[in-house]
Design a protein around this ligand. Sequence first.
Ligand SMILES: N[C@@H](CCC(=O)N[C@@H](CS)C(=O)NCC(=O)O)C(=O)O
Length: 147
Amino acid sequence: MKLTLQLYRNPVSGHCHRVELFLSLLGLPYESIDVDLANQQHKTPEFLAMNPLGQVPVLREGDLTLADSNAILVYLEARHAPGQWLPRDPVGERATLADVAHYAYVARAPEGLISLQPYPAIRAWLARIEALPGFVPMLKLPIGLAS
Ligand SMILES: N[C@@H](CCC(=O)N[C@@H](CS)C(=O)NCC(=O)O)C(=O)O
């Protein structure tokens, strides 16, 4: 079965993970297409036709081709879960797109040699995201503080 949503991604990209996380939180089935960044697949004419900046992620749905992870999050919210993840009131109890957008790079700070040990509130926030139904982790690399 050909899935309507297609995500061009790379497994070590936090920008891609934020889209994968949101798709999973929304329970939307999608086809995941790995883009080989090491071999410059993102600079081929075929890929540049989808995103002239030559970057992942790129989402396709029907006739729509959309680049930029945050633009994709906003599109998915408007199209598939309108009003649920972009509250007017900034003091809500439930997770928002801001949480989804920030998760990957905050969670991976130790890969950039930034320890989260001195920040219990940030670790508690990460744990709350990880407890959301549909949460999917990002690939962990044995680099930085984890090496
Ligand atoms: N503003 C873009 C940034 C995307 C981005 O920087 N993607 C990286 C991977 S994390 C990439 O494709 N880099 C390859 C390149 O720029 O040549 C977004 O939010 O999607």
